[in-house]
Each structure stands twice: as C-alpha cells, then as structure tokens.
Design a binder for this molecule. Structure first.
Ligand code: NDP
Length: 388
C-alpha cells in the first residue's frame, strides 16, 4: 500500500535527517506519520512543521512545553519512553525506521514488531545486543526487517532472488577510517578531533569513532550474522577506501555480486522504505569519469583488533555481543571525554569480554543485565584515569 506511512525514531540525527530528504524527494511513496527524537526540539519542531506528522515525541518531559510551543497545533506532542513506544506502534504507521543511537531503540523496535509493523533498522546496536530475539520475534509476527546500514542494505540487494545454499560468504566493505595508513605506533597520540574526521562518510559522533577503531565493522559483522542468518565465520571484511562498493556476496561458484552507489545514506534509506520498489530520485548517479580507481585490501587485524573481538563475540554468542557493544559505548564516551587513549578503546572492550561469563539463549532481561554489568565493569576500568 502506497505511500508507506513511516515512524522515524531518531529523526533529528544524521540518519533521521537523510530520511527527511528521502521523504521530501518521494512524497507520493514515503509519508512521515510519527517523529521521535532526543533533545533537539528546535529541529524536531521544524520537521513537524514541514511534514505534519500525527505525533512528535521528544525524549525528556522537561522539553515537552518547548516542543508544544514550537509545533503546529495539529501535531500531537508527547515525551518520554512510553511516548516513544506510542510513536513506534501508532495505528497509522506501516514501517518504523529505527535510527536512535545506542540501545534505546530496542524497546520501541520490539513493540513495533509485536504490533505488526515492518522495521527499517539503522541502529545496529539493537541487532548486536538482541539479534536472536529481534529476528525470532519478526519471524513470529510475520514482519520484515529491512537493513538501512549501507553495507547490509547492499548485501540485502545482492541476495534478492538468491537461494541461501548458493551463498558462500558475505563480504562487508570498510573505508578503513582516518587511520588506515597511520603507523600503529602513532595511534597512542590520536586525539578525538582527529578520530572524528571520517574520510568518506558524514555521520553521528559515536559511529564516526567506531569507524576509526573499526568497531563499526565489528558491530556490522554481528549484525550481518543475525540479519542474514549466517555463521559469523562466513562474514568477512575487506577495506575499500573509496566507499563506492557498499558490500558484496560471494556465491558458491566463486562469482561475487556487489552493490555500488555514491556515498549518501539516502540510497539505502530509500531502498528500505520503498522496498520492493525501485524508483527514480534526485540523488546523484556515480560519475565514472571521476572515479580513477576502486581499491581493495585486507584489514590489518593487529592494528585494528575490533574485528577479532567481533568474531570471538559472534562465535561465543549468547550475552557476549551485548558485552562487546556496551563496553565499546563506555570506551567511546571515555575517549571523547579525554579519559582514555585511542588504543585503550580496544583494550577496555577486550578486558570486559574476558571478565564476562557468557550465558546462552539469554532473555531480554538477561541481555539488559549483561549490558549493565559490562558498562559498570568498563567504567571501573576508566575510573581514576586522569583527563589526558
Ligand atoms: P546521531 O547521533 O546523528 O542521531 C541519533 C538520533 O537519536 C538523534 O535524533 C537523537 O536525538 C536521537 N535520540 C537519542 N536518544 C534518544 C532517545 N532516548 N529517544 C529518542 N531519540 C533519541 O546518530 P546517527 O544518525 O549517526 O546514527 C543512528 C543509528 O544509525 C546508530 O545506531 C548508528 O550506528 C546507525 N547508523 C548510522 C549511519 C550514519 O550514516 N549516520 C550509517 C549506518 C548506521 P537528538 O539529536 O534530538 O538528541
């Protein structure tokens, strides 16, 4: 049924604003029905004025008056966790785009699935933390999980019409981040402002640091394991600094399928929201005259241990991916606050994983407990560290 009526959770962020671009471009196909954001009520209100959703939600009750003041009177406004769930399960919504940073998107994502909504997932953390639960709930309720992350969206496109037994491995491409060619000995001196300069993508802070450490790719390996129901041993990473090939699928006969486009998140967002349709848009096509070369190299796992840690967490599974994710979040915050050095991000995650006793087939409560425990452990690691 068209247009698709969309709930956008995290509408004021990098993915959220790209989603507005898609909705602006394709109003006959994408209709914004509900909006939810954190504390940027100025932008949320501007989005509400432009798209006239049925509901606009901010995360903190103390911001509600300001939001109400700035929003048009025909838009219902609300605040807090319960309101976020209402935005995700609104009766007029067909598909929920989850683009909240961290695990705050998990509860609304599960609520959306249980009320029969399809999910477009940008927030990789929810699949890393609770991939088993999210995918089994989606199967149980007969709803689709459409990947928004450009790599998984690329794989999703390559897998269209391909039987699972024909797939040998998934190959995620990685830009390599700003320190791809930096000698390992210099990583000690990396400052947050250097790590926040991504060579090819413009994104939120957390994911930009994750790209610099390659924890972004680590999270994506685990995300791919769940989205495509494939062992983590069959998920590989290749560094491709130009970020034109968004990912690839190797078939059992040795053929490799790839998806390419310019680096703009509007491409995967449009594909997820308009699926299964392909529609013309105003996005720029690849300018082949400007691409002098597409290069590929294997990642240096000694320099970037995140990929090894992801493989370990993905093989152990159970609560371990949640521990990797939570300790990485704490480490990124500590690095941005100047409390730990860049290589300590990996050390902190590894140490937290080593101290964790994993539990198999955890419930949501077990996962949240493991997440909390890992955060506490990781914070203890940072305690007493002077501001650098
Ligand atoms: P941003 O930091 O740019 O945006 C995060 C969004 O979440 C903001 O709208 C923020 O609101 C909102 N938010 C934060 N807390 C809450 C809450 N409790 N309730 C409701 N909304 C909340 O992040 P990105 O857009 O970069 O990333 C979002 C997710 O998408 C992440 O999981 C990331 O890994 C993933 N992703 C991002 C890509 C990218 O290109 N940026 C690519 C692929 C995946 P506010 O600003 O108003 O406080």
């Amino acid at each position: 049924m068209w247009p698709k009526r969309v709930a956008v959770l995290g509408s004021t962020g990098s993915i959220g604003t790209s989603t507005m671009k898609v909705a602006r471009d394709l109003p006959h196909l994408v209709q914004i029905k509900t909006l939810a954001a954190g504390r940027n009520v100025e932008l949320l209100a501007r989005q509400a004025a432009e798209f006239r959703p049925a509901l606009a939600v901010c995360s903190c009750v103390e911001d509600l008056l300001a939001l109400r003041d700035k929003c048009p009177s025909d838009v219902v406004t609300d605040a807090g966790d319960e309101a976020l769930i209402r935005a995700a399960t609104h009766p007029e919504v067909d598909i929920v785009l989850v683009a909240i940073v961290g695990v705050a998107g998990l509860a609304p994502a599960l609520a959306a699935i249980r009320s029969g909504k399809d999910l477009a997932v940008a927030s990789k953390e929810i699949l890393v933390l609770a991939g088993e639960i999210v995918t089994s709930e989606a199967r149980r309720h007969g709803v689709k999980i459409l990947p928004v992350d450009s790599e998984h969206n690329a794989i999703f496109q390559c897998l269209e019409g391909v039987a699972p037994e024909f797939v040998k491995r998934l190959i995620l491409t990685a830009s390599g981040g700003p320190f791809r060619t930096t000698p390992i000995s210099e990583l000690q001196r990396v400052r947050p402002e250097q790590a926040l300069k991504h060579p090819t993508w413009s994104m939120g802070k957390k994911i930009t640091i994750d790209s610099a450490t390659m924890f972004n790719k680590a999270l994506e390996m685990i995300e791919a394991r769940w989205l495509f129901d494939i062992p983590i041993a069959s998920v590989d990473v290749v560094v491709h600094p130009q970020s034109i090939v968004h990912s690839m699928v190797e078939m059992v006969d040795g053929s490799v399928l790839a998806q390419l486009s310019v680096t703009d998140m509007a491409f995967p967002i449009q594909y997820a929201l308009c699926y299964p349709r392909r529609v013309p848009n105003t996005l720029p096509p690849i300018d082949w005259a400007k691409i002098s070369s597409l290069t590929f190299e294997l990642p240096d796992e000694k320099k970037f241990p995140a990929l090894r840690l992801a493989r370990e967490a993905g093989e152990i599974c159970g609560t371990m991916p949640a521990v990797l994710n939570a300790s990485n979040e704490v480490a990124v915050e500590a690095f941005l606050a100047g409390r730990i050095r860049f290589p300590e991000i990996w050390a902190l995650v590894e140490e937290t994983m080593q101290q964790h006793t994993p539990q198999q087939h955890p419930t949501l409560e077990d996962l949240i407990a493991a997440d909390n425990q890992a955060r506490e452990m990781a914070r203890r690691f940072c305690e007493g560290k002077a501001i650098i």
